[in-house]
Design a protein. Structure first.
Length: 119
């Protein structure tokens, strides 16, 4: 994997993680409203817009990444996002890291490593 591909891959991971964390922060905020009022209150909060903006940017970086690698490799390498987001959820939202999740993280990481070394 050359430096340009690795840089774009890293960028997609970072942007996707920021988007997921922003959406989680937006969803976790207590708006003290029910129904449509809840969604209206959430729509004016910055976290939701950070998440949406991150996803728009990530869409284009993902297209760039896929233009540089075969689709099968790109999708496999993109799986590392699951690991990074799980770790970020643990760090920022104190989410549980169970034994099964840890096993999954290890297996995904090994798979991404194998694919990454072959690219």
């Amino acid at each position: 994997m050359n430096l340009a591909i690795a840089a774009v891959w890293f960028l997609t991971i970072v942007i996707d993680t920021v988007g997921q964390l922003a959406f989680k922060a937006a969803a976790s905020e207590n708006t003290q409203h029910d129904g449509i009022a809840h969604w209206k209150a959430m729509a004016i909060r910055p976290w939701i817009w950070i998440g949406i903006t991150s996803y728009i940017i990530e869409f284009f970086t993902w297209l760039i990444f896929l233009s540089l690698v075969p689709l099968s490799d790109g999708v496999m390498l993109g799986s590392i996002n699951i690991v990074v987001i799980l770790i970020a959820g643990r760090l920022f939202f104190n989410e549980k890291l169970t034994r099964n999740r840890l096993i999954g993280v290890i297996l995904i990481s090994l798979g991404v490593t194998v694919v990454g070394l072959g690219t």
